[in-house]
Structure formats: structure tokens, C-alpha cells
Design a protein around this ligand. Structure first.
Ligand code: SIN
Length: 191
């Protein structure tokens, strides 16, 4: 599958007759909210874990020196916390461009903090996209993040803002926090 998913996503879901739909965000969509929304609620999805296994050539890196950003990987029983937004379908005209580097929209069931559920969409960069990097040690991921920067800013800012947002949401994402602590050691070693 080509790395640019804009056209794939446009064909993927028929929004006809729908005024609003829930979107679950687990990465930059938690803290970089540059789109209009009708409602916002902390939520979680089951059966997925957050992993820095996707390359960023367009936001937090370049084609020559890609950064690393998060995608979701299936893991039975896991719970991934994030932020849900109720949005007008028009918002996907923008978000499909923002998330174009390998992410496809999938349907998901999300659970809100009061235990209620809603169906909605989530962007996932699956293993078959060209920008999928896959597993690496958390120390190596931190080193790659420390040296990458792109049009949206340093890759380290993506990681640190995500870690801060996950703490605020009460998510104990060991993967993100371990990479964050490696990044801080890389920074200290460079000083
Ligand atoms: C998301 O935040 O839900 C998708 C991945 C990202 O944009 O960082």
C-alpha cells in the first residue's frame, strides 16, 4: 500500500446522513487539537497498545531522516487510554491530510470514564504501510527521536508532549515512559 493514505481514507467510510462521529486519539491527536470538535471526553479502547513503530517523514522527521511516531498494535486484553472527540465528518477532510503518512481510519468501540460506550473511528498505521518501521529497543527509539526533526517540530517534542498528556489522563504506558526516560539520558549525555 502506498504511504500516502489520503485517497484510501476518502473511499473508506460513507459519512452520508451522519452529522457527527466519535474519533479516538491516542497520539498527537490527544494534545495537538487543531480541528473543531463538538465534545471531548477521555476514553479508552481495548485490545490495542501504543507503539513508536511508525516513521514520520512529513511531521516529525524528513524522508532522509525519519522520526518515530505512534501507531496501535493488537494485544489481547490491553487497554489504551486516549481522548475522544465528537466531530463533524468534514473534519476528516483535514485530518486525512494530517494523518496521511500511512494511517487508515478503522471503526472501533471506545469506552468513556463513566463506563458507557460509543462506536467511532481511529487512525491506525498497519504493518503493511511503507512507513511502518516495527519493533526496536526503547533505547534505540529514543536515540532516533532525539536526532529527528521535521516541519511540525522536533520529534522529542512529540514524545514529551505525549508523555505529559498520558500522565494527565492516568495512562501507565510503560513503552512511552521508558522511551521518555531514555531520551532524557541522551539529552543529559549531550550536555
Ligand atoms: C492519533 O493520535 O490518534 C494518531 C497518531 C498521531 O497522530 O500521533
Amino acid at each position: 500500500m502506498s504511504v500516502n493514505t489520503i485517497e484510501h481514507n476518502r473511499k473508506r467510510f460513507n459519512f452520508e446522513g451522519i452529522d457527527a462521529i466519535w474519533l479516538f486519539g491516542y497520539g498527537s491527536l490527544i494534545y495537538k487539537v487543531d480541528f473543531p470538535f463538538l465534545e471531548k471526553r477521555p476514553a479508552s479502547i481495548r485490545g490495542w497498545v501504543r507503539r513508536f513503530w511508525q516513521a514520520s517523514h512529513d511531521h516529525r522527521g524528513t524522508p532522509e531522516a525519519p522520526g518515530r511516531v505512534v501507531t496501535l498494535i493488537e494485544q489481547p486484553g490491553a487497554v489504551c487510554k486516549g481522548m475522544a472527540y465528537r466531530v463533524s465528518p468534514h473534519v476528516f477532510e483535514y485530518l486525512d491530510v494530517r494523518e496521511k503518512n500511512g494511517y487508515l481510519r478503522f471503526s472501533t468501540t471506545m469506552t468513556f470514564d463513566d463506563g458507557s460506550h460509543a462506536e467511532g473511528l481511529v487512525y491506525i498505521a498497519t504493518e503493511d504501510n511503507e512507513a511502518f518501521l516495527g519493533e526496536a529497543s526503547e533505547a534505540d527509539i529514543a536515540r532516533q527521536i532525539a536526532s529527528a526533526t521535521g516541519p511540525s517540530g522536533p520529534n522529542s517534542e512529540y514524545l514529551l508532549r505525549l508523555a505529559e498528556s498520558l500522565r494527565a489522563l492516568g495512562d501507565d504506558c510503560a513503552h512511552t515512559f521508558t522511551i521518555e526516560s531514555h531520551l532524557r539520558s541522551v539529552d543529559n549525555a549531550d550536555r
